[in-house]
Design a protein around this ligand. Structure first.
Ligand SMILES: Cc1cc2nc3c(=O)[nH]c(=O)nc-3n(C[C@H](O)[C@H](O)[C@H](O)COP(=O)(O)O)c2cc1C
Length: 302
């Protein structure tokens, strides 16, 4: 094996090549601003920025994060600066810092997704979009859409038609009976990749009040406790589609990341564990550079 191929960990998602397969998951580090002084985001495959919606959103009332021994529940409610401010302020900053960006977007209607894609089509400074069809913390119909294969296919086609030279990923919810059918619909609509999984629906109760800890009741469960669920879902998706999969959910070590490749992923995103271990993403990159064979999908014999 040549020296070059030993450290070649590039990953292709549709028309776009990323320098390595390790990304920061949406919602964990906002628009990169808070984290870029703390870590070399430039050295990662990229960052998926906080989901933006056509208009700014205030999000849910506090509390929004509730720690539990195996991770966290959150009920942020898609607080974000909105499309216009993102395009005017956030994207140029990230581009200036040479951070590879995947823009996460959500909307309620296909027409809104189309209009977001139209806005992004002529812009530079990002490599792809991730369609968030899986946020459990909002009232709107967005989550129902993400469970409806016909809608997912139609929506993906509309966006991909506008963003031909970008990587279009569809982020799907684990909170469905048959995740494979949703992934297949995204692939049929022309998605370049599947991001799986978003948070798992969960709830906790305050024994003093007898009520859920969150204003909206249920929240999204993330962190180490969801790793086996995420691996299961990625495994199911990998048997359903042939496009690349970004494996997400509960990664807190290099070995956790490796397991997603065994399950069929081509890249990984790190979320909740970043709060405790800022060096984890870079450690995964370094280890994969030393062992590019770990990026091989499928069963590993030890
Ligand atoms: C506080 C918080 C906010 C999140 N916000 C978003 C979001 O805006 N868009 C999105 O697609 N996923 C969001 N997620 C989900 C993560 O991107 C990821 O899919 C999930 O947390 C599972 O990965 P993890 O266990 O490594 O955290 C959020 C997760 C957390 C914990």
């Amino acid at each position: 094996m040549s020296e070059h191929s030993k450290t070649d960990v590039r990953v292709r998602i549709g028309p776009v090549e990323f320098k390595n397969p390790v990304f920061l998951a949406s919602g964990i580090c906002g628009y990169g601003e808070e984290y870029s002084p703390l870590m070399d985001i430039q050295k990662l495959g990229g960052i998926v920025t906080k989901t933006i919606t056509p208009r700014p959103r205030k999000g849910n009332p506090p509390p929004r994060i509730h720690e539990i021994p195996t991770g966290a529940l959150n009920s942020i409610g898609l607080e974000n600066v909105g499309l216009d401010a993102y395009v005017a302020e956030k994207l140029p900053k990230l581009a200036k810092e040479k951070i590879d960006v995947i823009v996460s977007v959500a909307a309620e209607h296909i027409e809104e997704f189309d209009s977001i894609a139209e806005t992004f089509a002529p812009l530079d400074g990002y490599k792809g979009v991730e369609l968030n069809l899986s946020c459990p913390n909002v009232e709107e119909k967005a989550l129902d859409h993400g469970r409806n294969p016909a809608f997912v296919e139609k929506l993906t086609r509309v966006v991909k038609n506008r963003l031909v030279d970008k990587a279009v990923l569809v982020k799907i919810t684990p909170n469905v009976t048959d995740i494979g059918s949703v992934a297949r619909a995204a692939e049929a609509g022309g998605a370049d990749g599947i991001s799986a999984i978003n948070t798992v629906l969960g709830v906790d109760f305050d024994l003093a009040t007898g009520k859920p800890v969150f204003f909206r009741g249920s929240g999204g469960y993330s962190g180490p406790g969801i790793l086996p669920i995420a691996l299961q879902k990625v495994w199911e998706v990998s048997r359903a589609v042939s496009i690349p999969i970004m494996g997400i959910g509960g990664i807190s070590s290099v070995d956790d990341a490796r397991k997603f490749f065994v399950a069929g992923a081509s890249a990984v995103q790190i979320g909740t564990s970043l709060w405790q271990d800022l060096e984890l993403p870079q450690r995964i990159v370094s280890e994969f550079e030393q062992h590019p064979e770990w990026m091989k999908k499928g069963e590993v014999k030890t």
